[in-house]
Design a protein around this ligand. Structure first.
Ligand code: 8OZ
Length: 370
């Protein structure tokens, strides 16, 4: 029977255990450049079987929040090169989460103050976080987006591919596409944000097309065995909504199965909230989702996430429902989470006021055991 502490091979990624650090937005990279503090933070957490970095913007257009790191300027890449080297020196593995926020942005973050882009010109009922001229942060409503012209889509697909190449050049072991939580890929998938009448909207097949093209383009440049994706079939985060998620995400799973990916990472329920959160008329069937992937030939590692305790995680791995489990908030507060889980040691409590932005406090100063 597999355990959380057994190694796992996920495509080209060799994990020393099945405990994954989930992607966590921390807003500590001014001008998109991750510095020494970010390096310390990730190196402290290198005992994870795999670190998925915080969302990293693939372009300035993909930026939606203040002080999120990027992968599109030389100084940003230099910062990541030091971070990936530090994680590797500490024995860890790290993939970059490639992020385009789509409509979850604000004009002040966009190139030339332009409107954010989205599948359709529908403003999200959501907030983002920007910096005021005095440097302090504030939450503001997201700006009204404009709908992408069909002729603009290939360039955005290529932006993902270029960022994937840059990530691997900067030392990342691979990438995770951010297909979750109401950002650009998810905006194309779900009917609430996609009202297009061209080949990228309408039918499920059409709404899956953008994701499929991004996955294909990224896998073509860095290899499917270094590529994973995160999805969130029912989360309401960022105004994401679809009336019938089961057939939609089973089609997503079948599409992903064609690309020989390293892993598929699934958020169960509402991101950071109720695991049994439901959209549509029936509870989402996550086993059917996994079966759709496996039946279509998908062999990537199956990573589950959201509110897992040690007991829930052990049970999911032992039952074969997951190959690995991702932990988010527990990794913020416990740099040595793997050891604590192994020893059944108590966990540090999370300080919520220091999650987004700020300095070392609540970032690199959570104590390890001893
Ligand atoms: C929390 C705050 C800002 C962004 C996500 C990237 O939900 C995020 C995010 C989380 O996927």
């Amino acid at each position: 029977m597999a355990s959380l502490f057994d190694p796992l091979i996920a495509g080209a990624l060799h994990l020393s255990n099945r405990i994954v650090m989930a992607p966590l937005t921390r807003n500590r990279s001014p001008n998109g450049v991750p510095g020494a503090m970010v390096e310390t933070y990730y190196a402290q957490r290198a005992s994870a079987g795999l670190i998925v970095s915080e969302g990293v913007a693939i372009t300035q257009q993909g930026q939606g929040y203040a002080d999120v790191p990027g992968l599109y300027e030389p100084a940003q890449l230099d910062g990541w090169r030091r971070i990936t080297a530090a994680v590797h020196a500490a024995g860890g593995r790290i993939v970059a989460q490639l992020w385009h926020v789509g409509r979850i942005s604000h004009v002040s973050l966009q190139p030339g103050g332009a409107d954010p882009v989205a599948p359709s010109a529908i403003t999200a009922e959501a907030k983002t976080y920007i910096l005021k001229p005095d440097g302090s942060g504030e939450f503001v409503p997201t700006s009204a987006p404009r709908a992408l012209e069909i002729g603009e889509i290939p360039a955005i697909v290529q932006d993902y591919a270029r960022a994937a190449r840059a990530a691997v050049d900067a030392g990342f072991d691979g990438v995770e596409l951010h297909g979750a939580n109401g950002y650009l890929i998810d905006q194309f998938l779900r009917a609430g944000s996609n009202r297009r009448s061209d080949e990228y909207g309408g039918s499920i097949e059409n709404r899956v097309r953008f994701m499929d093209e991004v996955v294909a383009a990224v896998a073509a440049v860095i290899g499917g065995e270094r590529t994973g994706i995160r999805i969130s079939p029912v989360t309401p985060a960022n105004d994401a909504a679809d009336p019938d998620p089961q057939p939609l995400f089973e089609a997503v799973a079948r599409s992903l199965a064609r690309h020989d990916l390293a892993f598929v990472h699934v958020i169960e329920g509402a991101t950071g909230g109720a695991r049994d959160f439901q959209q549509g008329d029936t509870p989402f069937d996550y086993h059917a989702l996994r079966n759709a992937y496996r039946d279509a030939g998908g062999q990537g590692a199956w990573i589950l996430n959201n509110g897992y305790t040690r007991e829930l995680a052990d049970a999911a791995i032992a039952a074969g429902h997951a190959d690995a489990i991702a932990f988010g908030r527990a990794f913020i507060a416990n740099p040595d989470l793997v050891r604590r889980l192994r020893e059944n040691a108590p966990l540090n409590a999370l300080e919520k006021t220091t999650l987004y932005g700020g300095g070392e406090a609540g970032y690199t100063d959570y104590p390890a055991l001893d």
